[in-house]
Design a protein around this ligand. Structure first.
Ligand SMILES: [Zn+2]
Length: 342
């Protein structure tokens, strides 16, 4: 019998399926999509490495958000070298899944290892000229001790510049960069990365543009943290006109997005949450909830019956998540624009 939990291996498998589809087609290189910046294009989206990679490039060097799969590192480095010969000075990891951090090891080895924020120690390869590898501490923990007995990452690949607070700020290439952590989201370590002057948000796996939100319960993910992150994007992002242009949002998987894309996804996830929560309050079983089809009007856009992250899995996961005992009260029904639950 199925339960509401989605095994991390299944989630990862789903993510890597899309990566390997690209990898099998050797003719497909890493695509470099110029996004925007100030004065000149500063932020790029690299497509084809499993998950999307964000690269911010300027006089100070290169800052990467995520590194893609282990199999695509050579191509990722080659793609960066097509735009700049500056050194990689920062790698920010949004969360611990292998399609986002799998490239850490090979890329760091290729450039001589990472620097630590303390300037020494921390284990692994120490390279005073290497990049700082930044992540929430929960992400480093999940890479050190992955759930379900999956193999740990090599020590040299694990971020050494970690933090345990809700946010961190970096100034690089002439702009402030904000890192916002939302716990219990896609995993328990997810970061949003906001480039303030370029006006770009790297959303990691808060955002899949073509599927229902993916929640890895084995990595302590949860729907409310995910909604908090989506609400934050909607609050920060400003469209230029007709709901297009303005702030650009780079998803973990899918197409470059505008504020309205995120608002639609947020509204859908909030409505589905409210429906399932109402059904739970009516003491409906999982089978009854599924039979009631709480996602029916959204299925043509986000739903699927094939692959791993099916509509059924999404409903099972949300049902189990909402039934979990919590420390605090759930936010009230209705669209939640605040930061409830944090
Ligand atoms: Zn992920």
């Amino acid at each position: 019998m199925k339960n509401g939990n989605v095994c991390v291996a299944e989630v990862v498998a789903a993510l890597v399926v899309s990566a390997s589809v690209g990898a099998q087609n050797q003719a497909v290189d890493i695509q470099v999509v110029p996004v925007q910046g100030f004065n000149t294009t500063q932020v790029y989206m690299l497509v084809g490495a499993g998950a999307n990679i964000t690269a911010q490039i300027g006089d100070d060097g290169v800052l990467l958000v995520d590194t893609g799969t282990a199999q695509t590192s050579d191509k990722v480095l080659a793609a960066i070298r097509r735009i700049t010969d500056k050194p990689i000075r920062y790698i920010i990891n949004t969360h611990a899944h292998p399609d986002h951090v799998g490239g850490n090891d090979a890329i760091l080895k290729a450039i001589g290892g990472q620097r630590t924020s303390q300037g020494g120690g921390g284990g692994g390869i120490e390279n005073p000229n290497g990049p700082l590898v930044v992540a929430h501490q929960n992400t480093a923990n999940l890479m050190t001790e992955p759930p379900n007995n999956q193999p740990a990452y090599p020590d040299g690949a694990i971020p050494k510049d970690t933090f345990i607070t809700d946010n961190k700020q970096i100034y690089f290439n002439g702009e402030g960069i904000e890192l916002w952590w939302h716990g219990q989201a896609h995993t328990d370590g997810d970061l949003l990365v906001y480039f303030r002057r370029s006006d770009v948000i790297a959303a990691g796996d808060f955002l899949f543009t073509d599927t229902y939100p993916v929640i890895d319960v084995q990595a302590e993910g949860g729907l409310q943290g995910l909604l908090n992150g989506l609400n934050r994007i909607v609050t920060i992002a400003i469209p230029r006109f007709n709901q297009i242009d303005g702030t650009r949002i780079i998803p973990g998987h899918g197409y470059l997005s505008n504020q309205s894309d995120i608002a639609e996804l947020r509204d859908m996830a909030t409505i589905v949450r409210d429906r399932i929560q109402y059904m739970i309050q009516k003491n409906m079983t999982l089978a009854q909830v599924k039979a009631a089809r709480p996602t029916i009007d959204f299925d043509p856009v986000y739903g699927t019956t094939t692959g791993v992250w099916t509509t059924d899995k999404f409903i099972e996961t949300v049902y189990a998540d909402l039934k979990k005992p919590r420390q605090g009260p759930l936010p009230k029904s209705g669209l939640n624009f605040g930061e409830g639950g944090q």
